[in-house]
Write a protein that binds this ligand. Structure first.
Ligand SMILES: Cc1cc2nc3c(=O)[nH]c(=O)nc-3n(C[C@H](O)[C@H](O)[C@H](O)COP(=O)(O)OP(=O)(O)OC[C@H]3O[C@@H](n4cnc5c(N)ncnc54)[C@H](O)[C@@H]3O)c2cc1C
Length: 459
C-alpha cells in the first residue's frame, strides 16, 4: 500500500511555489490532483501529490526544480501518463510536473529537423513533419495519446522501429532541466557530433530520474514509399515465431507484428473486422521495399506452416490491420485486469519465448494474451486476472515474474521499450548485475544528489 487514504492538505511550503509561478500553474484541488496520481500500468495504488504544476514553459520548470531542491520535495515528471510500467505514478508528498501545456512544434525542412516541446503528442509531431513533406518514424501503438517527452524518457519503440529505429535514433538534441534547476543543452541540429560523452543518449530512456526534458530536437526523414501489408495465419504460435526468425534473417520488413489467439479474439470481439479467430496466431508484415520482399515473407510463412496468407497493396486496408494490432491492449483490458509485460529476446529465441509464455499460461492457470513487435523480438504478454479473486491475483503475479525469468533465461531483457518504472524494479538486479546497477546509481546521484527526481522508479 503506497498511498494514504485521503489527500493531505497542501502545506504552507506550496504557497511559496504558487507565488513563484504564474497564476493557475499550481493546482491543489484534490479532485484535480487525483487525476494525476495514476498512469496506464493498472497499478493498484499510487501516492497523493501535494500539488500539480502545469508548466507552460522552461522557466516554470526551472522555478519548480529550484523550489523542489530547496525544500527537498520529490518531483514526478509527467507527459501524457500512458506509461505501462508505473513510471509516472505519483508518490506521497510529491509535486507532479506536467508538460501537457508545453506543446509547441517547429519544423525546419532545410535541416530536416523538428524542435518540439515535451508535451506535444507523438501524433502531433508526425503531423507537423508530414505537413513539411517529412516523416517522424517512431510509432508506439499509443502514438495518438502519448507525449514526445514521455517517448524520449522511455526511449519508446513501435511497429516501424524494426526497420527505422527507436526514439533514440532520432534525438539530435535535448534541453534538460536538472534537479537543482540548472539548464543543460545537449547535442543540437548536427547529424554527427562526438564532442565529449554523449549525455543526450544517457537522458533518453532515463525515465524522468535524471532531469526534465523541456525541448527535443528530432531528426526527420523523407516519407517512406507506400507499404504492402501481409497477413499470415498459423495454427500455433511457435510456428509464427519460427517464421519471424526466418523473415528477420533474410530481410528488414517495415513492420513485423504478432498477435496470438487470445489477442486476435479480443480485438475481433471489439471491432468485428473478420479476423480469423480460430488461428493460433497471426503475423502482420509490411514492406515498403516492393512486392519481392513481401513475396519472400509470404514464402517464409508458408514454409513454417502458415495455414492462410494474404497480402494487400491497398494502404487503407493495410492500415486497418495495423490499427487492429494497436487495439490489442485496450481490447484485452476488457477481459479483466491486465499486467502488461514488455520482454525482449534475441530473434532466434522468439519461438521459444512465445511457446514458453503459452506454457506458463497453462501452468499458472492464468490467461495470457501475447502481442508484440515480433521483428524486434519485443513482446507484450498481457497477464489477465480478476482483481477481486485473491488466488487469481497471486497466480497472475507469479506468471508475470515467470515471463521475465523466461526472457532472461533466453538471453533477453525484462523491458524492451516501456521502461522499468515501478513494476519491473524487483527484476532489475538480475537483469543488470550488481556492478552495472551500482554504477547506474552513482550516475543518478551525480545528476540528482538529493534523490528528488521520480523517486522509486527505474533504479
Ligand atoms: C495502448 C497503449 C499502447 C502502447 N504501445 C506502446 C508501444 O508500442 N511502444 C512503446 O514504447 N510504448 C507503448 N506504450 C507505453 C507508453 O505510451 C510509452 O511509454 C510512452 O512513451 C509514454 O509517454 P507519456 O507521455 O504517456 O509518458 P508518461 O506516462 O507521462 O511518463 C513516462 C515516463 O517518462 C517520464 N517523463 C515524461 N515526460 C518527461 C519529461 N518531459 N522529462 C523527463 N521525464 C519525463 C515520466 O516520469 C515516466 O517515467 C503504450 C501505452 C498504451 C496505453
Amino acid at each position: 500500500m503506497l498511498g494514504i487514504v485521503h489527500p493531505p492538505l497542501a502545506p504552507p511550503v506550496v504557497t511559496g511555489l504558487r507565488a513563484a509561478l504564474p497564476e493557475g500553474t499550481v493546482l491543489t484541488d484534490p479532485d484535480v490532483v487525483g487525476g494525476y496520481r495514476f498512469d496506464r500500468s493498472n497499478a493498484p495504488d499510487a501516492g497523493w501529490p501535494l500539488a500539480v504544476v502545469r508548466a507552460a514553459d522552461v522557466a516554470d520548470v526551472v522555478t519548480t526544480m529550484r523550489w523542489a531542491s530547496a525544500h527537498r520535495i520529490p518531483v514526478v515528471p509527467r507527459g501524457a501518463g500512458t506509461s505501462l510500467a508505473g513510471g509516472s505514478l505519483a508518490c506521497d508528498g510529491c509535486v507532479v510536473l506536467s508538460t501537457e501545456r508545453m506543446r509547441a512544434i517547429t519544423v525546419d525542412p532545410a535541416a530536416g529537423v523538428a524542435v518540439a516541446q515535451p508535451g506535444a503528442l507523438n501524433a502531433e509531431v508526425k503531423a507537423a513533419a508530414s505537413a513539411a513533406g517529412l516523416w517522424y518514424p517512431p510509432d508506439p501503438s499509443s502514438f495518438e495519446i502519448c507525449s514526445i517527452g514521455g517517448n524520449v524518457a522511455t526511449n519508446a519503440g513501435g511497429a516501424c522501429c524494426v526497420k527505422y529505429g527507436v526514439t533514440t535514433d532520432y534525438v539530435l538534441g535535448l534541453e534538460v532541466v536538472l534537479a537543482d534547476g540548472r539548464l543543460l543543452e545537449l547535442g543540437g541540429r548536427t547529424v554527427k557530433d562526438v564532442a565529449g560523452y554523449d549525455l543526450k543518449r544517457l537522458f533518453v530512456g532515463s525515465e524522468g530520474t535524471l532531469g526534465i526534458v523541456t525541448e527535443v530536437t528530432l531528426r526527420l526523414r523523407p516519407a517512406p514509399p507506400a507499404a504492402i501489408t501481409m497477413v499470415a495465419g498459423f495454427s500455433d504460435v511457435g510456428a509464427a515465431g519460427r517464421a519471424v526468425a526466418a523473415i528477420a534473417a533474410s530481410s528488414r520488413p517495415a513492420a513485423l507484428e504478432l498477435m496470438d489467439q487470445v489477442s486476435v479474439r479480443a480485438v475481433e470481439d471489439r471491432i468485428h473486422m473478420g479476423l480469423d479467430t480460430d488461428c493460433g496466431a497471426l503475423l502482420l508484415g509490411r514492406s515498403d521495399a516492393g512486392s519481392e520482399e513481401i513475396e519472400a515473407m509470404v514464402a517464409h510463412c508458408r514454409a513454417e506452416g502458415a495455414t492462410e496468407t494474404y497480402w494487400t497493396e491497398d494502404e487503407d486496408e493495410g492500415e486497418q490491420f495495423m490499427a487492429a494490432r494497436r487495439m490489442a491492449i485496450p481490447a484485452v483490458e476488457r477481459l479483466g485486469t491486465v499486467l502488461i509485460e514488455d520482454v525482449g529476446v534475441p530473434i532466434p529465441q522468439v519461438a521459444a519465448l512465445v511457446e514458453g509464455v503459452a506454457a506458463l499460461s497453462a501452468q499458472h492457470r492464468t490467461v495470457i494474451a501475447t502481442v508484440g513487435h515480433a521483428g524486434d523480438g519485443n513482446f507484450h504478454p498481457l497477464v489477465v486476472f480478476d482483481r477481486d479473486d485473491p488466488d487469481a491475483v497471486k497466480r497472475a503475479g507469479s506468471a508475470f515474474g515467470a515471463v521475465m525469468d523466461l526472457a532472461q533465461s533466453l538471453g533477453g531483457t525484462i523491458t524492451g521499450e516501456h521502461g522499468v518504472g515501478t513494476l519491473k524494479r524487483p527484476w532489475l538486479m538480475t537483469q543488470l548485475g550488481e556492478d552495472v546497477l551500482g554504477i547506474q546509481r552513482q550516475i543518478k546521484a551525480l545528476f540528482d544528489p538529493l534523490g528528488i527526481l521520480n523517486p522509486g522508479k527505474a533504479l
